[in-house]
Write a protein that binds this ligand. Sequence first.
Ligand code: 0PR
Length: 380
Amino acid sequence: MKMEKKGLARSDVDALLSGFEEKNISFGSGRVFGSMCTAPHDYALEVHQRFHESNLGNPGLCAGTSEMERCVISMLGDLMGYRDATGYVLSGGTEANITAMYIAKNRSSGKKVIFPRSVHFSVLKAIKLLGMDPVPVGLDEDFRMDTAELESKIDKDAAMIIGVAGTTELGAVDPIREISDMAEGVHLHVDSAFGGFVLPFLEEMGMTDDRVGPWDFRVKGVGSICVDPHKMGWSTIPAGCLLFREGHPFNDLAVGSPYLTSPKAYTLAGTRNSGAVASAFALMKHLGREGYCDLVRRCMGNTKYLGKRLEEIGLSKVMEPVMNLVAFHHPHPERVQKAMVSKGFYISKVCDPPALRFVVMPHVTKDSIDRMVETLRHVI
Ligand code: 0PR
């Protein structure tokens, strides 16, 4: 394709856009069951547009948005047991994990990163980028990091341990308190990119069981946490948050930026989106803890419903869901996934054990579940 010498009329471009739009699958179609993102709350979208032009990479020009960013971090710090947490908003869990791992490496003499096999692949990406040494740890029968194996792997070369509060594939929560007790000063980072906007509200409603222990800053050894407003925070893409207990992460990344409004630049990204920062701020203020409890209760209700419907067609759960994510044993998840795509439904899979995976986000309803299950029944 070439750029025209004389531009097209908007109506002609609109026609082109419609062609592309038709190829996208919207969350509103009720056909997406394998995504951790969702259609943002309409107020979040409205606010995003209102604040989209400021660049947080040059914060002197957007002091207001910068202040909202600090408010988002302090609201999350408060929710996660440490009001004085420092941090900032970035593009999502991947950038948060890369940044946390860079900082841990910087603050330590070791290069080993110890993580459960269930860790998100962004950690493996960061290991490549940062030249760190991977030390995977196996899982227990509840798909949580095996602490006996962890203990045998911690040594003086460990730069950090990563625990996951809400694994990508199954939604399991690692035993963070036990991990912290073993960490002995090694930086402990908790990836709650997905779970961070679910677990506090499940706890508030008394909806967790004994597979979920304390996982946030209430555990003394937790040094950093990441959590994404653009997942279960119901806000706009791109918004992830990185929170630290000690030492503002800005100090670890700072380089001189003489021609900007601030003398130093502090973040991995240069130009930084701020529509999503305002959007996360506004939605957290608007929904409040009660609003998020309602959302999480609804998603958990639908997860239970999906579980019941799929058991009715002969499938069995890999584990009782901890959060709004559920997987079902199947010997050939890829084949099922492909067949479902050919019928217009998007489900996901787990590799080990082989299973079909469903993320029950806010856009998933009982009606959309019924339509999907009917198709899955034929496919299977
Ligand atoms: N940590 C955990 C626990 C996650 O589940 C995800 C989710 C991330 C980090 C990375 O978050 P960002 O994607 O916001 O950087 N990741 C989703 C997933 O793997 C979304 C996703 C989908 C990411 C497709 C990459 C991708 O190619 O389902």
